[in-house]
Design a protein. Structure first.
Length: 360
């Protein structure tokens, strides 16, 4: 890792635990440090740590700007979430948050977690249990906000509300690309009906997934992003704060067994080890589910901080197809620790999925 990456990790540890120096020196490239924090989606969190340092005035002002921007965007998301939930509640539909602000509630300073899309799962509870209401919810939201839902996506619709992308899921993961994905989706639908949590946002009750669900869903979501392109520190911190909050509420032996079954155990072990070694989280909360492969763990850290490939393919069908092929081949080592499918089978399944979507 370069010096900016090393400094950013030290700043995160200092912000969370105050057990390490933040490693600012006269040679610190503050612009590079802020740019990296921005790419890792932890600008406000890093700004909290930089506030404890002695940066030059322009860097201190920039850190304050990151915090204010994060707080304003977070407040905008909160109000939008409450407005959507209220519209659905009036029609007897519950709304569950996936990831996002629901996980931010586990952070030390929730509104210093960067926000993005709003992912929701809408449902009713009847004598059959929890029943998805995605299509009905889309109609209600569309009428309430004067918008039209985009149903061209594989496992969720998209609604643009107050300038925010809202994904209304009928499947939790993309279950049409890999055979193992369909098995995981069925398992997640079983888990989601367990003990749901609730939170109050701007006066509205919001449902949150049960911990046993998130123990599979979150690490699968992170692993999917990692194997396909890249992940960032915000996603790793989401996982770490989730584990810290609920590590006593989950049967980790059973969960690790399921990770092993779907091919995710080596990746999950490495992420846990990164949380301990690089982010300072206490080892005991991970219940021994850590990696003994230090080389693999460090390779993942390097890829998080300085990924080989960008997320967005170039314009043009041919250029995009070649980019995806090069990335697929280069990411073979990632799929070995996140999927149970072989690379040829994964390639065929993913190619068919992209063709269906018209990506290639």
């Amino acid at each position: 890792m370069d010096s900016a990456a090393q400094q950013l990790l030290a700043i995160v540890r200092h912000t969370l635990w105050h057990d390490t120096p933040a490693l600012a020196t006269e040679d610190t490239d503050w612009n590079a440090l802020f740019a990296l924090a921005d790419r890792q989606h932890i600008g406000a969190l890093a700004a909290d740590g930089i506030g404890d340092m002695t940066p030059p005035p322009e860097a201190r002002l920039k850190a304050k700007g990151y915090r204010l921007l994060s707080e304003n965007l977070y407040r905008h998301h909160e109000h939008s979430i409450a407005d959507i939930a209220a519209a659905l509640r009036r029609e007897g539909i519950g709304m569950m948050l996936l990831k996002g602000i629901g996980l931010s509630l586990l952070w030390p300073v929730p509104n210093h977690r960067a926000v993005g899309d709003i992912d929701i799962f809408t449902f009713r509870i009847n004598d059959k249990g929890l029943v998805c209401c995605q299509s009905e919810a889309d109609d209600i939201i569309s009428k309430s906000f004067g918008i039209v839902a985009d149903n061209s996506h594989e496992h969720h619709s998209i609604l643009q509300i107050n300038g925010i992308v809202v994904e209304n899921h009928y499947d939790f993961i993309n279950a049409v690309d890999l055979r193992s994905s369909r098995d995981i989706e069925r398992y997640l639908k079983q888990l989601v009906s367990h003990d749901m949590k609730t939170a109050t946002i701007c006066g509205e009750r919001i449902f949150l997934p049960p911990p046993v669900f998130n123990a599979v869903y979150l690490i699968r979501h992170i692993g999917r992003h990692f194997s396909g392109s890249r992940i960032n520190l915000r996603q790793v911190l989401d996982w770490a704060f989730f584990v810290r909050a609920f590590h006593n509420d989950i049967d980790w032996n059973s969960t690790a067994g399921y990770w092993q079954k779907i091919g995710l155990l080596p990746f999950a072990q490495c992420i846990n080890s990164i949380c301990i070694a690089h982010l300072g989280f206490p080892p005991d909360i991970f219940h021994g589910i850590v990696s003994t492969d230090r080389h693999l763990t460090e390779r993942i850290v390097d890829d998080i901080m300085q990924p080989e490939f960008t997320t967005t393919p170039p314009d043009g069908h041919i250029a995009s197809a070649f980019f995806r092929l090069r990335r697929f081949l280069a990411n073979g080592w990632k799929r070995q620790i996140t999927y149970k499918e072989s690379s040829p089978r994964a390639f065929f399944s993913l190619a068919i999925s992209h063709l269906r979507r018209g990506d290639i």
